[in-house]
Structures are given as C-alpha cells and as structure tokens.
Write a protein that binds this ligand. Structure first.
Ligand code: GRF
Length: 206
C-alpha cells in the first residue's frame, strides 16, 4: 500500500477528487496525512470526514527554516509517507524534503508550464496573466516538484481554449475541470510505479 500525504492551503477540490478516484478504482494507495500551513483551511474538513490525520505546520512557528524542515521530515517519516501530492499549497517545499522525497512529490499548476508559473503565480493571477498575454490556449500541468516553484519535470498536461470573452473566473473554471481529470490520473501513474524520470523528461511506462 502506497502511503500518501497531501499538502494544501485552501479549498481542496483536487484533494477531494483524488480521494474519490482512489476509492472508486480500489488503487493500492491511501492518504495518511494532510499538511497545511493554515490552521483551519476548508480542505481540513475533507480530511476529517475521511479520517485522515491533519497537521498544521507553518515555518513561522519555528526558530529557523532548518528547525521547520526537521520537524516536517520527522512527521513524514512517522507517517511512513511514500509520495506527497501538493494541491493549492502556497509555500515552497523545503530543500531537505525535496531531497528526501526526490521524484516523489507531485504538484498541479493551473496553466501550461513552463509558461505562467513561478513565484507569485497562483490563483487568479495565473489566469489574469494568461488572458492579458493573448494566448489562445491554457490548461493544467502536473509536474514533479524540485527546488524551484513550478519547475520540475512535467508528468501530464491538457489544454483548454482561451476565449476573448473569458474572465479569470470563467477560465479558472474551465481549467479546474481539466485539473480534476488529470491529477488523479497522474497520481495513479505515480503510485503504480509507472513514472520514470529522465532529467527534465518523464516517461510513462505501460
Ligand atoms: C488549483 O487551481 C491548483 O492548480 C492550484 O491551486 C488550486 C487549488 O485548488 N495549485 P483546490 O484547493 O484543489 O480546489
């Protein structure tokens, strides 16, 4: 059984979608922990309902970034976490965690990376930037997490059209439908050992 941790700061629709997918498919994976930098994010209620442990950890509560990483790592080890999925987690993952979980952290971003990503590119700002740029397609990207924001090897992408009439809200809605479809699929590939990372490229094994 692959043991998953989710890191999330907000509403948790992706987390909820993955939970449902895992249950429906009877996949050999289950969430054992939800970590948030916020004390009462809406996503915590979803964890509670599903009897998944919830941990509120914020680097601000620690004397140094190292002390925070050490504690986070200890918790992940205590829960024997194999893979981490980020969904709407707004903090950078400490380098010690990225190193320890090398190639075993997934994130979803609501645009087609490597465009429209990086520090400060989250939520509505992503869709505002997409619309302002005039591109005709956007989409969602699932990628492996490395030390930089929105940077690691790309696992899966799917596009949506961008219409002239779009607002950040209408575009976000269209992209979110894609997120809910591709993130569970990427998690399935991860937990069944079908992702092979070769530098910046990811091969999906049959
Ligand atoms: C999603 O749009 C995701 O792409 C981004 O943050 C948002 C999280 O939404 N990283 P939710 O909390 O999963 O509903």
């Amino acid at each position: 059984m692959v043991r998953l941790a989710a890191f999330a700061s907000g509403r948790g629709s992706n987390f909820s979608g993955i939970l449902k997918f895992l249950a429906e498919r009877d996949l050999p994976a289950r969430y054992v922990l939800l970590v948030s930098d916020r004390s009462h994010p809406p996503v915590a209620d979803l964890a509670l309902e599903a009897s998944i442990a919830f941990l509120h950890l914020n680097s601000k509560g620690f004397p140094s970034p190292e002390a925070y990483s050490v504690r986070l790592l200890r918790e992940l080890e205590n829960y024997q976490v194999d893979w981490i999925t980020l969904a709407g987690y707004l903090k950078i993952i400490p380098p010690a965690i990225v190193e320890q979980f090398h190639g075993r952290i997934l994130n979803i971003h609501p645009a087609l990376l490597p465009s429209f990503g990086g520090p400060g590119m989250y939520g509505e700002r992503v869709h505002q930037a997409v619309i302002a740029s005039g591109v005709k397609v956007s989409g969602a990207t699932v990628h492996i997490v490395d030390e930089q924001y929105d940077h690691g090897p790309i696992v899966m992408q799917e596009t949506v059209p961008v219409f002239y009439e779009d607002t950040p809200e209408t575009l976000a809605h269209r992209v979110l439908e894609v997120e809910h479809r591709i993130y569970p699929q990427a998690v399935e590939l991860a937990v069944t050992g079908r992702l092979k990372i070769l530098g910046r490229r990811v091969e999906v094994l049959p």
